[in-house]
Design a protein around this ligand. Structure first.
Ligand code: GDP
Ligand code: IMO
Ligand code: MG
Length: 421
């Protein structure tokens, strides 16, 4: 068997959580491959709403195994909070969730370093989620990190050595953090994690595949936040593209099957950084308002704009997307006209290849399409789609050269339309 990968093609918050939950019944295993509690994946069903940060979005369906892979960075305190609240909802989380021993630990000092880095950057700050993601991945790459497997023996000296390094750095930068409150909580959460099955997830996943089990790999963030290909330096610190599923789970490239690329029918971004199709006008405010575009975890206002097909073609290429999933189409239900950026004007030259820099020198070139002016939120099948919406889909498929196989028309699990291919 091969693994299927599901990932965001824009700047995150495309609706990955919802779709993983919808697709999970088709799979035996759901595995997260990168990121950490910077993610906020929202699921809605039976009138309830849940936000997941580190735990895979397959957790609410029945019978699947969920895995946190080696590419993930885990904050024990936030993980315990998330797991406790799932347990209160009746989920037997300790039975169905397994954690890779090679996943890295976010320490209290990583969060403080994240805040310190942002402060030192001043106006050039990234606008991170403040969860310690950058410093934890930095320690991983510079070979100073602590891994989940480390907690199983003689952990304290390893923790103290890593902490001492962080404190030396923080003190030199003029920060003197007080850890007296957070540290005992963190250590308690480390003990809590020992109640889970800590696994060599690369072996487990490859054995499952050898036994014909199906695996869905869940990405966090989006390809435009990828550390190599995103709008650097305004990115996250992991590889959010499909290749991240290989390195973040120990799955070989020739074991990748379907790649589901998720995008919103428009575009959003949280935090700083360039965003060519951003709208600073009433239309942007209308998208934010109707789409409830506020961060799932931080509550931060999301910047809104039109769909960017230059960027989407680029991320489809990077990921080898085989199926597209369009989210939040219903948010455009009341618009008279809809715009799609088909090319960029860069210094007077029209380009369609996503360039090295998308700073102020980029002016989007738009194609305008007629709106469908129909409430689609109760639609159950594609036959009900209005003609203008069918045109919009046809236009996008033509521009992107990949079929749109699922259309989402609302946040609920049920508001999902699977198209006939
Ligand atoms: P993720 O990080 O990719 O999982 O996405 P988020 O959960 O951060 O943000 C997506 C938001 O859109 C959540 O509030 C979802 O409940 C909501 N959502 C998902 N799909 C749809 C949809 O088709 N229509 C509408 N109106 N909302 C949706
Ligand atoms: P999900 O999985 C949207 C953004 C932050 C910031 C940049 C770096 O819910 O789609 P970090 O804390 O990772 O160092 O922040 O990345 N960011 C996200 N934006 N959705 C996310 O996750 C994000 N995770 C990080 O706002 O601009
Ligand atoms: Mg999100």
């Amino acid at each position: 068997m091969k693994v299927d990968v599901l990932l965001g093609l824009q700047w995150g918050d495309e609706g990955k959580g919802k779709v993983v939950d919808v697709l999970t019944p088709r799979y035996d295993v759901v595995a997260r491959f990168q990121g950490g509690p910077n993610a906020g994946h929202t699921l809605e069903f039976e009138g309830k709403k849940y936000v997941l940060r580190s735990i895979p979005s397959g957790i609410f369906q029945h019978g699947q195994v969920n895995i946190i892979g080696n590419g993930v960075v885990l904050d024990p305190v936030l993980f315990k909070e998330e797991a406790d609240s799932l347990e209160k909802s009746g989920i037997d989380i300790k039975k169905i969730l397994k954690i890779s021993k090679k996943a890295h630990l976010i320490m209290p000092t990583h969060r403080i370093l994240d805040a310190a880095n942002e402060k030192l950057k001043g106006d050039a700050k990234i606008g991170t989620t403040g969860k310690g993601i950058g410093p934890t991945y930095t320690d991983k790459i510079s070979r100073n990190g602590l891994r989940i497997g480390d907690i199983l023996n003689d952990f304290e000296p390893k923790y103290n050595a890593a902490k001492a390094k962080h404190l030396t750095l923080l003190n030199a930068l003029g920060f003197n953090p007080d850890l007296s409150e957070i540290e005992p909580k963190w250590m308690e959460a480390i003990e809590y994690i020992k109640q889970y099955e800590l696994i060599d997830s690369e072996h487990v996943i490859n054995k499952l595949l050898a036994n014909e089990k199906s695996v869905l790999c869940e990405g966090a963030q989006g390809s435009l936040l990828d550390v190599d290909f995103g709008s650097y330096p305004f990115v996250t610190s992991s590889n959010t593209v499909c290749a991240g599923a290989c390195s973040g789970l120990g799955v070989a490239p020739n074991k990748i099957g379907e790649v589901f690329g998720i995008f919103k029918a428009y575009c959003t971004r949280v935090g700083s950084g360039p965003f060519p199709t951003e709208l600073h006008d009433d239309t942007g405010a209308k998208l934010r308002d109707i789409g409830h575009e506020y961060g799932a975890v931080t509550g931060r206002e999301r910047r809104c704009g039109w769909i960017d097909l230059v960027a989407l073609r680029y991320t489809i290429m990077l990921n080898g997307v085989t199926q597209l999933i369009m989210m939040k189409s219903d948010v455009l239900d009341s618009f008279e006209t809809i715009k799609a950026c088909v090319a960029y004007n860069v210094n007077g030259k029209e380009i369609t290849d996503f360039p090295f820099s998308i700073e102020n020198n980029v002016t989007p070139i738009y194609k305008e399409l007629e709106g469908w002016k129909t409430d689609m939120t109760r639609f159950k099948c594609e036959n009900e789609f209005p003609a203008q919406f069918k045109e919009y889909i046809k236009f996008l498929e033509n521009e992107l050269q990949v079929p749109i196989t699922i259309v989402s028309v609302g946040p609920d699990r049920e508001q999902t339309i699977i198209r006939n291919k």
